[in-house]
Ligand binder design. Structure first.
Ligand SMILES: NC(=O)c1ccc[n+]([C@@H]2O[C@H](COP(=O)([O-])OP(=O)(O)OC[C@H]3O[C@@H](n4cnc5c(N)ncnc54)[C@H](OP(=O)(O)O)[C@@H]3O)[C@@H](O)[C@H]2O)c1
Length: 288
């Protein structure tokens, strides 16, 4: 039985991985931030030596965009330096290392879904720090690192603590006090349900995928406005949504206008997530 050491077990994705890995017969040792902080390299080294996992999965990140702009050193410490340390320690112990990255490593200029080997060009500190983490991990542990890029992630009972929930939960909450809601229509993404991402992550091991960069997202693409509309339709919410164009600007930082991702590498192995509408339906059925 393979053992996984999971970092960030209380997060949107971490909570799903805890359940799914156990259901698939993995032994799993999950840690929350208070028990294992990835910026503390000695603690990380100790825990890995103690648990002796065959796979380390890191879901931790510093990912509130305006905070990354304000605190670039902290963004780099968590998304780059800590990820590099994890990869180095995994290499020393011959452990597979999985860490997550983002659609925000791209600038959106391509105008069609990004494939795994497309040119990266992040527009803000968050994307730069995540891309630095990608490079570092692949460099430090080339034969054993899986970089999984995902997009517009939502999941869990309360979403992400750091982000104050997630888009789906927050828009549903907003509808309880507002009859008319403005939602950005200019940004196109591949919204992804953490439950589907968790299963696809574990499928990489089932199908003996080779280490490298993977795009794991629910299939298809939509704007945040379309995601809000579908959410309200599925949850039977009667509120008016008004599309607004903010040109990807906000909190003095740029966001890519088109950052949908295309899964080509995992798909070639038979790993494909459901459509974004199906992913959303699964989440809403569970939560409401
Ligand atoms: N959310 C999105 O829209 C999105 C989009 C693309 C990519 N991603 C990537 O997907 C991954 C998972 O995201 P998520 O939405 O599941 O995140 P999340 O819900 O915020 O969960 C992250 C988890 O990591 C923990 N954590 C934070 N800093 C840590 C540290 N220094 N040491 C140890 N644990 C720490 C958090 O603990 P606390 O809750 O106590 O802080 C939380 O349990 C991240 O790499 C993220 O960059 C997310």
């Amino acid at each position: 039985m393979k053992k996984i050491l999971l970092i960030g077990k209380t997060g949107q994705l971490g909570a799903e991985l805890m359940k799914d890995a156990a259901a698939r017969g993995f032994k799993i040792a999950g840690y929350e931030k208070d028990q294992l902080d990835i910026t503390n390299v000695n603690e990380v080294r100790e825990k890995i030596a103690q648990e002796k996992p065959s796979i380390v999965i890191n879901t931790a990140a510093y990912h509130v965009l305006p905070l990354c702009e304000k605190n670039p050193l902290l963004a780099m410490a968590i998304n780059f330096v800590a990820v590099n340390n994890l990869a180095r320690i995994c290499k020393e112990h011959n452990i597979l290392f999985v860490t997550y990255s983002t659609d925000y490593v791209f600038d959106g200029q391509k105008g069609s879904p990004y494939q795994e080997d497309d040119l990266t060009s992040p527009l803000q500190v968050y994307g730069m720090s995540k891309l630095a983490g990608e490079y570092a991990a692949l460099h430090s542990h080339p034969g054993g690192t899986f970089i999984i890029r995902t997009c517009g992630l939502y999941g869990g009972e309360n979403g992400s603590l750091q982000k104050g929930g997630n888009f789906v939960l927050n828009i549903i909450k907003q509808a309880t006090s507002q009859k008319t809601i403005e939602v950005g229509s200019e940004q196109v993404v591949s919204p992804t349900y953490a439950g589907d991402l968790s299963k696809a992550t574990l499928d990489l091991f089932k199908f003996a995928a080779v280490p490298g960069i993977y795009h794991l997202v629910n299939e298809g693409q939509c704007s945040w406005y379309e995601l809000a509309r579908e959410t309200f339709a599925l949850a039977n919410i009667d509120a008016k949504i008004i599309p607004v164009n903010r040109s990807g600007q906000g909190a003095q930082m740029k966001r890519p206008l088109f950052s949908a991702l295309q899964n080509t590498k995992a798909k070639a192995l038979g790993i494909q997530l459901p459509s974004w509408q199906e992913g959303l339906k699964s989440y809403i059925m569970k939560r409401i």
